[in-house]
Design a protein around this ligand. Structure first.
Ligand SMILES: Nc1nc(=O)c2c([nH]1)NC[C@@H]1CN(c3ccc(C(=O)N[C@@H](CCC(=O)O)C(=O)O)cc3)CN21
Ligand SMILES: CC(C)C(=O)C(=O)O
Ligand SMILES: [Mg+2]
Length: 274
């Protein structure tokens, strides 16, 4: 069944929402056919697909390019595209233009932005332009230089107060869901109970309305770091290594390619060349 922003809103208190990230067409097709509710074209693609140290180098061009590829692979999943660093901070006009590209060229259904009160007027502008917005609070990786690293958020009284206030503000302005990243489980539970829109957790515990993981993390294909909240459902790194080593060996010992992998030519035509 086709998933929409309304499907997400209706899921609150009814069913859990499943999301993963994706950055390309082939992976997206697999995720979509497996029945995932939502796919995020995360700016984590900067780290996972492009090899940067953090997400700050990702551009709107990168996001449009990868969003197009992902959208071509999905029939049913809701496609959400991350707005990259500084693409929604300067003014409302640029914010709408940038998000508009993710929707119009990239074919995303919605965009995601990091932050609360600081960006509230930009979120409002997007929603007025009929672009559905997903919020993102807690460990917002685009703020890495303010946080001093990828650190768990929402541990102090003032941080918790700001989280709750931001979540409420985002809900009031009209976002359809909020990602809660790397905060204590009990704080995520508190926020989830205070909201009538769904929360999607990553490192935010068991009481969120849904979960999201970086697909390469859960499949064991990314090993620069493995955060505590990741569950590896497969170790594809090992499987891929093994497959590639077999391939190399078979090329070297002549057992690949075999008869069934080759194309034939009519012997009469061949005779003219011999
Ligand atoms: N591959 C990948 N997976 C992610 O989940 C992810 C990205 N990339 N890139 C963007 C952000 C960065 N994220 C991160 C990165 C590192 C930690 C991490 O190492 N956290 C420590 C906790 C540190 C503390 O105690 O404060 C951990 O042990 O999990 C967490 C989230 C989540 N996002
Ligand atoms: C980890 C998720 C929530 C994200 O923002 C990303 O993948 O960029
Ligand atoms: Mg992101």
């Amino acid at each position: 069944m086709k998933k929409t922003v309304s499907t997400f809103k209706k899921a609150k208190n009814n069913q859990k929402l499943s999301m993963v990230t994706s950055y390309d067409y082939s992976m997206t097709k697999i995720l979509d056919q497996a029945g995932i509710d939502g796919i995020l074209v995360g700016d984590s693609l900067g780290m996972v697909a492009l090899g940067y140290e953090n997400t700050l180098s990702v551009t709107i061009e990168d996001m449009v390019h990868h969003t197009k590829a992902v959208a071509r692979g999905a029939k049913n999943a809701l496609i959400v595209s991350d707005m990259p660093f500084l693409s929604y901070h300067i003014n409302r006009e640029d914010t709408i233009k940038n998000a508009g590209r993710l929707i119009q060229e990239g074919n995303a259904h919605a965009v995601k932005v990091e932050g609360g009160r600081e960006i509230l007027d930009k979120v409002e502008a997007l929603i007025k332009a009929q672009i559905p917005v997903m919020g993102h609070l807690g460990l917002t990786p685009q703020s890495i230089n303010m946080f001093g690293g990828f650190k768990v958020q929402g541990k102090s009284k003032s941080q918790i107060e700001k989280l709750i206030e931001d979540a409420k503000l985002l809900e009031e302005i009209g976002v359809f869901a909020i990602v809660l990243e790397c905060i204590p489980e009990k704080i995520a539970k508190l926020i989830t109970e205070k909201l009538s829109i769904p929360t999607i957790g990553i490192g935010a515990g068991r009481y969120c309305d849904g979960q999201i993981l970086v697909v390469n993390d859960m499949l064991g294909m990314y090993s620069d770091f493995v955060p505590k909240f990741v569950k590896q459902y497969k170790n594809l790194k090992m499987d891929i290594e093994e497959a590639i080593q077999n391939y190399i060996e078979e090329i070297n010992n002549g057992s690949f390619p075999e008869e069934k992998h080759i194309f034939k030519i009519d012997e009469k035509i061949l005779d003219e060349f011999e």
